[in-house]
Structure formats: C-alpha cells, structure tokens
Design a protein. Structure first.
Length: 339
C-alpha cells in the first residue's frame, strides 16, 4: 500500500513538472506543447506546437496600423518606381524623407532560355526623424516571376552562419550589394552613424528586405536595435535556422499579409523533415478583409503555424497585389497619391 502511494505521489510530481515546462523546455524533452492549454503534453489538443520557432513569446513592440499606412506604404511605392516618382512619393506623404540613391542591377538567373531581368531598390534619408531607408522593388514582370518559381526547386545557399536562404534571393541581393548598395549603405552609416535603418519591400522585395536587414547586421554595419523590418506579401525566404535567428535578432519585424494572398504560402512546406522546410519568421500581421482604413487585423501567435493565412485554402493573386486598399502595381508609378 505504501509503495503504491509513493508511486502515485512520484507520478503526480513528474506530471506536474511536465505541465510547468515552458514551450521550449517541453519540445526539447521530446514532447509537444499545447497552445490552447499552454501546457506540456496535453493529451487532447487542437493547436499543437511541435517546433520551437512557434513557441509563444512576448514582445515589447506594438504594431501600428496608422504608421503602416502613412510611412511604410509610401516606402513600398518609392522602392517600386523611378527616381522622380520615388521622390514624389515622399513629397506627397513624407516630406522630410529625401531619396538618396536608386540601384538597378541585372539579377537574372544565368539561363540560356530566359531573358534578362533586373532587381531594383532605393535608399533614402530623413535628417529630421533620423531614419535611413532601404526599400526593395517587388517582382517585376512574368519573366522574373517565372525565375523565382523555377528557383524554388533549385536549391538554397548558406547565409553567413545562421542558416540557408533560397538561392534566387541570395543571388539577387548579392547583385544589388555589389552593384552599389554596399558602398551606399556604408557611406550613409558613416555620415549618419546614429540613425535607424528601416528596411522594407513587397513580394520579392519583401524577401530581399528580410535578407538585406539580416545582411547589414551580420556584416557589422548596424546593430539589430537600430533596424526595423516591415514587409508585405513575403514568400518563405529561409530555412528553420534562418527564421529562428531572424526572429531572435530583430525586435521590430512585421510581415503583413492580406486576406488570401497566395505568396506567403510559397514555397509550400512539402518536405518530410521539419528542418528541411522553409519557414517564415515573426511577426505575421493578418488582415482578413480589404485592408481599408479602420480594418481589423490579427497579430498571429506563431511564426509559421496553422493560424491566420496558413488556414486559408482559397488563395488569391489579387490579394497579393493589393495592400492597404491600394493597387501596388500602379501606386509608386503614380507618385503614391496621398490617401
């Protein structure tokens, strides 16, 4: 009788200890963590967390919908157009922001079949608010879109010592870096050493923004606390290790997703082994509506779990090209008319 009682007490203590484990501790012990009960190894659980990337975490950074519309949206537009219209985007929405440089390079896949494609981005400076900008252009035309899709099946490249990213994104960013961005950003940092750098983009530009922010930190040019990352319609850019490093490094990093946008689902996670899959980093902000002024949004609790846009199956290209109730295909070329 006494032995049975001792066993029950010990079993109860062990079970209680399991329940008190954090999400990361729970997963490292070979168990699953239940997002619903916030306990380890809950027998019946609808929302189960199986990778530490998706473990709950607190953030001291608050998403600001008004700032997204009045600051980040014009930065999307400015990065997507020519020098004249880029400055007009700033004049119409952010008068103290001034264009510094536009960089346009050949970033084609070295293919004998596909024609040449280009990648573009801008830098800008606001000496009043003490902000530097790196804004990357989205996918430009069907040829570049085809290159991206084909390269999803080609391979990944090592990104410093923090994981792997898609080869197309790596090569495109390196082309920009060597094509003038490195000299430009080092000059800006030298001239404005205490400024923040805001890094942004839509679609392909979103992936390049993620890579670009990571690159300038890994290169030692900026410290993470000086970098803000804000993307829209971002495809999965890197593997598990890259996503984990990114979200552990940048306090301010938002991925905005519109309704049923197809691109955040790409590439689909078809690999059997978790660490071979490509993952999103935090923090997804999902608008399940037309994104007009006053629209609601959800701050998604996991980096890349079965929440928010990952629950959608009726995917849309139109949602990908429209953010904040704005057609991004023409917004920049129109000088980013003020809303």
């Amino acid at each position: 009788m006494m032995k049975n009682l001792q066993f029950l007490v010990l079993f109860g203590l062990l079970a209680g200890t399991q329940c008190l484990l954090s999400c990361e501790q729970c997963l490292s012990s070979g168990n699953h963590y239940c997002a619903d009960t916030k306990l380890c190894n809950t027998p019946v659980c609808v929302n189960t967390i199986t990778v530490a990337l998706n473990c709950p975490r607190k953030s001291n950074v608050t998403y600001d919908d008004n700032e997204a519309r009045t600051k980040w949206l014009p930065l999307f537009g400015a990065g997507a157009t020519n020098e004249k219209m880029a400055q007009k985007c700033f004049d119409n929405n952010w008068p103290t922001m001034k264009l510094s440089e536009r960089i346009l390079v050949d970033c084609s896949d070295p293919s004998p079949v596909l024609p040449t494609t280009q990648c573009a981005m801008i830098t800008a400076v606001d000496t009043t608010q003490r902000i530097l900008v790196m804004s990357f252009r989205a996918t430009y035309g069907n040829t570049q879109l085809g290159e991206e899709v084909l390269n999803y099946f080609v391979g990944k490249k090592q990104f410093f010592d923090v994981g792997m990213i898609f080869e197309f994104f790596y090569d495109a960013y390196v082309a920009l870096w060597r094509g003038g961005l490195e000299q430009e950003i080092r000059n800006l940092k030298y001239k404005y050493p205490d400024y923040e750098v805001w890094v942004t983009g839509h679609s392909l530009g979103a992936a390049l923004a993620s890579v670009g922010a990571s690159w300038v930190v890994k290169s030692g040019i900026f410290t993470p606390d000086k970098v803000k990352v804000f993307t829209a319609g971002q495809p999965r850019t890197g593997d598990y290790n890259y996503a984990m490093w990114h979200q552990n490094t940048f306090a301010y990093s938002f991925r905005v997703v519109h309704h049923h946008d197809i691109v955040p689902h790409v590439p689909f996670q078809y690999e059997v082994v978790d660490h071979d899959k490509m993952y999103h980093h935090r923090t997804e902000v999902w608008y399940n509506n037309d994104m007009s002024v006053g629209s609601t949004y959800q701050i998604c609790p996991e980096a890349d779990g079965l929440y928010c846009v990952n629950q959608q199956v009726d995917l849309s290209w139109n949602d990908h090209t429209h953010y904040f109730n704005t057609d991004l295909n023409v917004y920049g070329d129109q000088g980013c008319p003020k809303k």
